[in-house]
Design a protein around this ligand. Sequence first.
Ligand code: SF4
Ligand code: SF4
Length: 373
Amino acid sequence: MASKVVGVREFDSLIPLLRDRGYDVIGPTVDEGTIVLDHVATSADLPIGWTDHHDKGTYSLDKRADEAYFGYAVGPRTFKRWLYPPRQTILTIEHAETGLVFKPEPTADERYAFVGVRACEIAAMEIQDRVFAHDAFADPHYVERRARSLIVGVNCAVAGETCFCDSMGTGPECTAGYDLVITEVVSGERHEFIVESGTDEGETILTELDGRPTTPADRKEVRTIIEDTAASMTRTMPKDETYSLLTENLEHPIWDSIAERCLNCTNCTLVCPTCFCSTMEDMTDLDGRAVRKRRWDSCFNREFTFLHGHAVRFTTKSRYRQWMTHKLAYWYDQFGTSGCVGCGRCITWCPAKIDITEEIAHLAEQTREEVAT
Ligand code: SF4
Ligand code: SF4
């Protein structure tokens, strides 16, 4: 595939170019002190000169000393909001002279260009593909949107303090699954974007951007940025140990300790790029028309497992244990992969400051001590 080094002015033509090609461009913006994904019309909508700080239950924005376009890690929104929207009409049922008419909702014809997609977010899309697209029960709405979407990835030059993608093998480098991938170089007077294509569509778009050919020094710069970002991560997850660690400790006291802190707020599941729990709502109007909608739900909601008059998981302990064991263990049985990509959002946006990496480390440590005594 092709690559090019593009200056700031030339890079500014990318978003209008994508819009001219019929894409609805979704990318990072600054809104109410947060970097959120939203519709963008020009580069001026991007979080130019902003960076983010993350910690357990803590998030803040700060000005950078430069004008970097992608100098932050991740915000609370994920691209699943567009591929798997929070509310989706599934079916309309109407009365006709011949009886009830069932009308499945037609698939929408949006074409999204997702700009600024981090490696962990591409990995999350590939995980959701296994849920929504690679099954006998594929979701046509997801399949259509995903097939029409264009991915403009970004190799991370900054890791959030809660990121741990390096230990999950999902970042900080975009290795596949993109149409274009950008590495932003901001150093002294230099501000350039090293852009590589990953598909024919990406290559066509790249030919329309003015720039110079990449050199071995540019490619070395990309490697250095990625390696420095990986080395800066302070959190890790023992990815290969989580299955046995969790499934062999379902009655460990650690679950009681977490349940004392967890508020069941559902934040962790709503910000997670791979979580996909949903519920169905049926609504009728006075004309006798019924509409069935799918809405995001969370396994932290007591009603989520409501069956035959009572909830199956009626304690916080059982719900948190379900979330973590599904994410880091049973997901392998179902989908052949971890359900976590190490984006760190569930740590940053947990008001109780529960940290999935810390809890796994505590469990590993306590089980080691139990074996030793
Ligand atoms: S479980 Fe947490 S760290 Fe893992 S993908 Fe979900 S939000 Fe990100
Ligand atoms: S773990 Fe944290 S974010 Fe998740 S439901 Fe509990 S309190 Fe909310």
